[in-house]
Design a protein around this ligand. Structure first.
Ligand SMILES: [Zn+2]
Length: 406
């Protein structure tokens, strides 16, 4: 199955370059293989500390792969390696989602040939709107595909008295395609970007046709970067014309990549806050731990739930009610089958630990009902590592809890 990948445990059966395990489509493999072909992924694990061996990762792999691998959670129980379906949240194969994915990957490329143009157009825009890029870049993409970006040729067609030549190179009429593909600075930007091949695609003067061809060669992240760089070129053009800021290709690429990275990190979580209360609400203890790297929200919730259970066991508590604001995590706790999601093995370890309690249940609370935990995360924003409060809970946290209980 093309979209199955391994979730890493510790059974020494997954090879670094022979098996599909990296949570990054389409190859699911690291970029280049400096180690022997049959080296196992377990070679990269520190099995004593039950985490990735950062030294080995940095020695043997490229930084871009190290970033992806560090985000793969490792269960302290080191369960068996498991094959999971990459494109579903619960890790299970779904015919409906597989069809949807197939349409997604071909949706933009199939548009011009589609017999049902209206439906294909709707799918195209739905796909663009689901990309993880800022709204202003989506807005730019929408206008660019409709060819309504106010380039000089467009203004001239609307009878605005304006020079037609490009301000940057002064060698051609300023069309949208000239700005984002053909102008010298655009060529330099693409050459300095991770998508240098897009300038080799010959499509004439229609931006949308270029998008169609690019979409056939990149995944969703690549398409998001492509749109962001087009927007970056247009933004730099405006900065040059209206604010006299010089266009430098490497600066444009770096700024766009940093902008996208910052945007994506806002969708991720770095802290896991925990609060232990008595049945009537008095806080017994609190903990806030900085994760070693950014992880996605569900994964952070799973790690937090596992930490909460370990923390309660450490405090010697017997009757535990776990509250969380992630419905998918709470559902996974109640699932009797094996949980195949990226974080499933973390939860299975937590369920094992929870068997030491006299009673244990978990329930879903709305985010507003969990303000104290999120307040704790905010408070701990400047603290590095793990903070534990027992008996004496911070005054700021007490204030948030009092406000929450009103
Ligand atoms: Zn030019």
């Amino acid at each position: 199955m093309a979209d199955l990948r391994w979730r890493i445990g510790d059974e020494h059966i997954v090879k670094i370059w022979g098996d599909r395990w990296l949570p990054r489509g389409h190859s699911f493999l690291p970029i280049c293989p400096p180690l022997p072909h049959d080296t196992m992924v377990s070679f990269l694990l520190d099995s004593a500390r039950k985490c990735w061996d950062l030294g080995k990762l940095q020695t043997h792999l490229l930084d871009v792969d190290v970033d992806v691998i560090r985000k793969i959670p490792i269960s302290p129980c080191l369960p068996s390696d498991t094959l999971i379906w990459h494109y579903t949240r619960d890790g299970r194969f779904s015919v409906r989602l597989a069809c949807h994915l197939q349409m997604n990957l071909s949706r933009i490329g199939s548009y011009p040939e589609s017999s049902n143009r209206g439906e294909a157009t709707r799918r195209f825009w739905k796909g663009v709107w689901h990309l993880k890029i800022p709204h202003k870049i989506k807005g730019f993409t929408w206008k660019a595909c409709l060819n309504i970006i106010p380039t000089r040729d467009q203004l001239w067609q609307r009878r605005v008295p304006i020079e037609l030549g490009c301000d940057c190179c002064d060698e051609a009429v300023e069309t949208l395609m000239h700005c984002v593909k053909e102008c010298d600075v655009a060529q330099q930007v693409w050459a300095a970007s991770p998508l240098p091949f897009v300038t080799d695609i010959r499509v004439g003067y229609n931006f949308y046709h270029w998008v169609v061809e690019v979409a056939k060669q990149v995944d969703e992240a690549g398409l998001g970067l492509f749109f962001a760089l087009c927007w970056g070129l247009w933004f730099a053009r405006n900065q040059a014309i209206f604010n006299n800021v010089k266009r430098v290709a490497t600066v444009i690429v770096q700024r766009v990549c940093a902008h996208l990275q910052e945007f994506c990190q806002r969708l991720l979580v770095l802290w896991r806050p925990l609060i232990v209360r008595e049945a009537h609400g008095t806080v017994l203890a609190a903990m806030s731990e900085r994760l070693p790297h950014w992880v996605d929200a569900d994964c952070a919730e799973a790690l937090a739930a596992a930490s909460a259970i370990a923390f309660a066991a450490e405090l010697g508590l017997y009757h535990i009610q776990l509250e969380g604001d992630s419905l998918s995590i709470i559902k996974a706790f109640h699932c009797e089958d094996q949980v195949l999601s990226t974080f499933g093995h973390i939860l299975q370890g937590a369920v094992c630990t929870s068997r030491c309690f006299t009673s244990f249940c978990c329930s879903h609370v709305l985010r507003n009902g969990n303000k104290a935990a999120h307040g704790l995360a905010r408070m701990a924003g400047h603290v590095t590592g793990k903070r534990v409060w027992r008996n004496e809970v911070p005054a700021e946290l007490c204030r948030i809890i009092r406000a929450e209980s009103v």
